[in-house]
Ligand binder design. Structure first.
Ligand code: KG4
Ligand code: ZN
Length: 491
């Protein structure tokens, strides 16, 4: 039986949604956030706002491109972590919203496993090469640098990791020192092609085992530039390409050194790379050359699967789905890897009564059939658009009377404390941009009371210029009735 998975990725600064049928990619939509470029790095607050603006059109487009309606999706796979909490919260909340609205089970995915499992995706017009188990994956991104031993799609072990900066971070930070735009990796890669990789030498780390370190290299790069610029203010400009080529060569050699060692020690010769830095031409060539010399089978991801994308999340979700690892509506995002349930799927709770292919018993009867979705937007006193963001399932529990406002505020990541009305909902209104209200039709009366509250709270601090309910393409049918009703409360 075919399994169709919708993947949602929002861990950093790319909002992405993708649809896979089994392991075949039907669509993969990525909205990258240009807003960070002028700051030279990702600003978490801006990232979560941009995710909130992007997520609905991105998911909608992914479904349209796949030619599917939400009802045809078997599970929603979402990135639970690691990543930026505010960014993750958008994807997780949205997944919950969609899950409740359409009665679709959720599957949580570890972002890093997603990167690794992107090697198992096939395209509609051609199959891609897949590594055999066990294989080693060098996972190199802006936040991580690891060697992972992969024994199966659900069994992975990190055997080496960076003790300080990640490889992508080293690229980005050194680029910044040279006055290059963010993200620096691709820019360095391009400039390096014109430069002499042997022109400069930078410090190399001495770290035990299969671990990595890049902070020494970064400092050495900085000092080299500082000293040279003191003598020649035009030094960077005149040597940019060779600085980039030498830096890239050093990073690639550091990465390969430990990978070669791990492959020798473990006798594993299927070698893959993944993550944003796996797009680097120097690393790609380096791995292939090394592989030729050592009899490796090397696996380079398609470029579209190197940086963050939801296709890889859907792929990882597919394996979890097959294993029956579903997430409950109580799931919350986690920023750090250590806090995630680790790869071993056996450690995951299985939802009782939920097995792959069976939709019965997924959730309580009350949630079925008449669930409605609404998206509220309003403007704060600066004229910025603000919409309240509340964890959809918590909201639902409130309608059922099983959670209180305080709880909701806390769970939504706002300061609850003394007065949830002020610090919670209102802060939410100011800081976050969306409210995805999921409304069980059976609880309409409670909802009306609750909604009056929300609006009253907003009025307390924020001048509401306008409240718009938008009928989302995804939810069009369900939302029209509620839209009319909310309009009634606008003064
Ligand atoms: O996997 P990714 O999109 O996000 C994280 O999970 O971090 O990786 C982003 C990182 C950035 O540091 C970026 O500079 C780096 O990947 N990157 C590259 C290249 N393309 C992206 N680094 C070197 N060469 C590239 N061609
Ligand atoms: Zn990533």
């Amino acid at each position: 039986m075919d399994i169709t998975i919708l993947g949602i990725e929002s861990s950093c600064d790319d909002t992405s949604a993708a649809v896979l049928r089994n392991n075949v990619l039907l669509s993969n939509v990525i909205a990258s956030q240009a807003v960070h470029v002028k700051y030279g790095g990702v600003i978490p607050e801006l990232a979560s706002r941009a995710h909130q603006q992007n997520i609905i059109p991105v998911v909608d487009t992914a479904l349209k491109e796949a030619g599917l309606t939400p009802e045809e999706i078997d599970a929603i796979a979402f990135t639970r972590g690691p990543g930026l909490l505010g960014s993750l919260l958008v994807g997780v909340s949205f997944a919950k919203g969609l899950s409740i609205a359409h009665n679709i089970p959720m599957v949580e995915v570890n972002h890093l496993q997603g990167h690794i499992l992107s090697h198992f995706i096939d395209l509609q017009d051609r199959a891609l090469p897949h590594p055999g188990f066990p294989f080693l994956c060098l996972l190199v991104s802006g936040g991580h640098t690891q060697i992972v031993r992969v024994d199966s799609p659900l069994e992975m072990e990190i055997i080496g990791t960076t003790i300080d900066d990640a490889a992508g971070e080293a690229f980005d930070k050194c680029a910044k020192v040279m006055g290059l735009p963010y993200p620096g990796g691709p820019v360095i890669d391009k400039l390096a092609k014109e430069g002499d990789p042997k022109a400069f030498r930078f410090a190399r780390p001495h770290v035990d085992g299969y671990d990595y370190s890049f902070s020494g290299l970064k400092t050495s790069f900085l000092y080299t530039l500082r000293d040279a610029v003191a003598n020649d203010p035009g030094f960077i400009e005149n040597n940019k390409a060779s600085l980039c080529a030498s830096l890239q060569k050093t990073i690639v050699e550091i990465l390969l050194d430990k990978l070669v060692r791990a492959s020798k020690d473990l006798g594993i010769r299927d070698i893959a790379i993944a993550g944003g830095v796996s797009a680097n031409s120097g690393l790609r060539n380096g791995i292939v050359e090394e592989g030729r010399r050592r009899g490796w089978r090397t696996f380079l991801p398609e470029f579209k699967f190197t940086t963050d994308n939801a296709a890889m999340i859907a792929m990882a979700g597919y394996y979890r789905y097959q294993h029956g690892d579903f997430s409950s509506l109580g799931v919350s995002p986690v920023a750090r890897l250590q806090e995630l349930h680790e790869p071993d799927a056996a450690g995951h709770k299985k939802a009782p009564g939920r097995t792959a292919g069976s939709r019965s018993g997924r959730r309580g009867k009350a949630l079925r059939a008449s669930t409605k979705a609404i998206y509220l937007e309003c403007k704060d006193r600066t004229g910025d658009t603000v919409v309240i963001d509340i964890l959809a399932h918590k909201l639902h529990q409130m309608f059922l009377g099983t959670a209180d406002m305080n709880d909701t505020c806390r769970l939504a990541g706002f300061k609850a404390g003394r007065s949830p009305q002020r610090t919670g909902i209102v802060m939410g209104a100011v800081r976050h941009e969306q409210l995805l209200l999921l409304i069980g039709g059976n609880h309409r009366k409670r909802l009306v009371e609750f909604r009056n509250h929300v609006i009253a709270y907003i009025f307390g601090v924020v001048t509401v210029i306008d409240i718009i309910t938008r009928s989302l393409p995804l939810f069009q049918k369900q939302s029209s009735f509620m839209a009319a009703e909310i309009g009634h409360h606008i003064p």
